[in-house]
Design a protein around this ligand. Structure first.
Ligand SMILES: NC(=O)c1ccc[n+]([C@@H]2O[C@H](COP(=O)([O-])OP(=O)(O)OC[C@H]3O[C@@H](n4cnc5c(N)ncnc54)[C@H](O)[C@@H]3O)[C@@H](O)[C@H]2O)c1
Length: 258
């Protein structure tokens, strides 16, 4: 069903985005690999091509609206169309409320919130022009459902993604475009290494303590892998999710229960 279709994944040079790109390629999509790091986007493309997949690199900074629209144009120029947009790129900051600076706040919101908005605009414009519908899939987080001390900028940005997902689903439904978000828990990537070491610094706790506390709250008893997240995104990108829209779906090993 997905053969001949094209998916674009942002922040796919590393971590969760890379696992999503690999999974969608195995599902039969041709994949456009975005990252702000040209080197990691190209390395991911090289590995995908070596495994027999069709892939192209479309590096861009998702916080830059013009670059995002160019990224979609380049995807269509290289791969012919766009069926699935996975807005995965995101960053984290770990600071108590009293320590958040305007620069830090603006930087995180530019990537985590504006980036998701620009990607949806550019993708929807292309999908509407194609007239075949499509799927927009945003990276939210368990932190879009519940909030944590020292993650004020990050968590609030993911609540914004959750709200944008609701609004996009309502506005794009008439064009056959579904919009959903995946909400991972504690995924073993560079992002959680950053959270753990910064939490040790700002809270004066031992390295590893923040990660252990988070792990203690997971009923399945293990940290999540990027592939666990990719399994959900595969469902959201495929036809089995055609009747699912406006949802922010938790995949967190039973950490947050709603
Ligand atoms: N790791 C977790 O536990 C976790 C949990 C919930 C949600 N998430 C979300 O999943 C997504 C991916 O997280 P991850 O853990 O793989 O992160 P990561 O830091 O391991 O990888 C993020 C990738 O995004 C790229 N990137 C950063 N800024 C960018 C920009 N402006 N434009 C394009 N690319 C950019 C980076 O270069 C990197 O390759 C993020 O949105 C994150 O908030 C992660």
């Amino acid at each position: 069903m997905t053969k001949g279709k094209v998916a674009l994944v942002t922040g796919a040079g590393l971590g969760i985005g890379k696992a999503i790109a690999e999974r969608l390629a195995r599902d039969g999509f041709a994949v456009a690999i975005n990252d702000v790091s040209v080197d990691s986007a190209e390395a991911c493309v090289e590995a995908l091509r070596a495994s027999g997949a069709t892939a192209t690199a479309v590096p861009a900074d998702v916080s830059n609206r013009d670059q995002v629209f160019d990224m979609v144009v380049n995807t269509v120029a290289d791969l012919g169309r766009l069926d699935v947009m996975v807005s995965n790129a995101g960053i984290v900051q770990v600071d108590p409320i009293l320590a958040i600076t305007e620069n830090d706040f603006d930087k995180l919101y530019a990537i985590n919130v504006k980036g998701v908005l620009w990607c949806a605009q550019a993708a929807a414009q292309q999908m509407i022009a194609q007239g075949r519908g499509g799927k927009i899939i945003n990276a939210a987080s368990a932190a879009a459902h519940t909030s944590h001390a020292v993650l004020g900028t990050y968590g609030s940005s993911k609540f914004c993604v959750r709200a944008l997902t609701h609004v996009m689903a309502q506005e794009f439904a008439a064009h056959g475009i579904t919009v959903n978000a995946y909400c991972p828990g504690i995924v073993d990537t560079g992002m959680w290494d950053t959270i753990d070491s910064r939490a040790a610094e700002v809270l004066g706790i031992p390295e590893g303590a923040m990660k252990q506390k988070a792990l203690d709250g997971i009923v399945l008893g293990r940290m999540q892998t990027p592939e666990d997240v990719a399994n959900l995104v595969s469902f959201l990108a495929g036809s089995d999710s055609d009747y699912v829209t406006g949802q922010n779906i938790l995949t967190d090993g039973g950490m947050v229960m709603i």
